[in-house]
Write a protein that binds this ligand. Structure first.
Ligand code: CDP
Length: 216
């Protein structure tokens, strides 16, 4: 049996990892899982049913009920769900429940592309290629600002650049500062700073890194 070819992509909010992951998955004809959607789905389920975001038992039940095949990015993209997801994501038993499902996805076929915060460090430490995608907070806030203008994902919230920038900084702090699986590059990750790159340049750079790591 051949070992699944796994591409692990991590990085902070609005670093470009989502677009890069989708395009790499297309290029290598591999299934793609945006693991952020799994945390978002738990947060969404709790918000919808009026449950607190910090009750671990309830959140674990919600995490067990997640169906990876039914994650709807259109519903889950809302800005407030991202914020809520990063609160849910600090709870260890919620993480282990979701990580188990993410690992199954990664290892069930001939390979996969997974993106998130802890793919190279925790979910798939044996991935053949690991990318850590970053950009400065200002550049990421600018990208997110444009995205919310285009997609209307703020739902009536203050959409100013300053608010988005401060949310990004807060989320970085929460994701990098948590005890369980903090956001950080794996030791063997390739660092890709996209601050001065457009998406095409970032994709071509990522593509050549992956190609050079892929067995024939
Ligand atoms: O799209 P964006 O980068 O804003 O967020 P996301 O990737 O959808 O993730 C939302 C939140 O889920 C993050 O801020 C993390 O707190 C959490 N998350 C995580 O802890 N581990 C992952 N593998 C993916 C997301």
């Amino acid at each position: 049996m051949t070992i699944p070819f796994i591409i692990a992509i991590d990085g902070p909010a609005a670093s470009g990892k989502g677009t890069l992951s989708r395009r790499l998955a297309e290029a290598f004809e591999l299934p793609h899982l945006d693991t952020g959607l799994t945390y978002r789905a738990v947060a969404h389920a709790l918000l919808e049913s009026g449950q607190p975001l910090n009750d671990e038992d309830t959140a674990v039940e919600a995490a067990k009920a997640i169906d990876l095949g039914a994650l709807d990015p259109a519903v889950l993209a809302v800005h407030t769900i991202g914020e809520a997801a990063s609160k849910v994501a600090v709870m260890s038993r919620v993480r282990s429940t979701l990580v188990e499902q993410q690992r199954k996805f990664a290892n069930s076929g001939r390979g996969a592309v997974l993106d998130g915060r802890d793919i190279g460090t925790v979910v798939c430490p044996n991935a053949q290629v690991k990318l850590y995608v970053t950009a400065s907070p200002e550049v990421r806030a600018e990208r997110r600002w444009k995205e919310v203008q285009e997609r209307g994902i703020l739902k009536g919230m203050d959409a100013s650049f300053e608010t988005i920038l401060s949310d990004i900084r807060l989320r970085d702090e929460r994701d990098m500062g948590r005890a369980d699986s903090p956001l950080k590059p794996a030791e063997d990750a390739h660092l890709l700073d996209t601050s001065k790159m457009d998406i095409e340049t970032a994709f071509q750079t990522a593509l050549s890194i992956v190609k050079s790591s892929k067995p024939e």
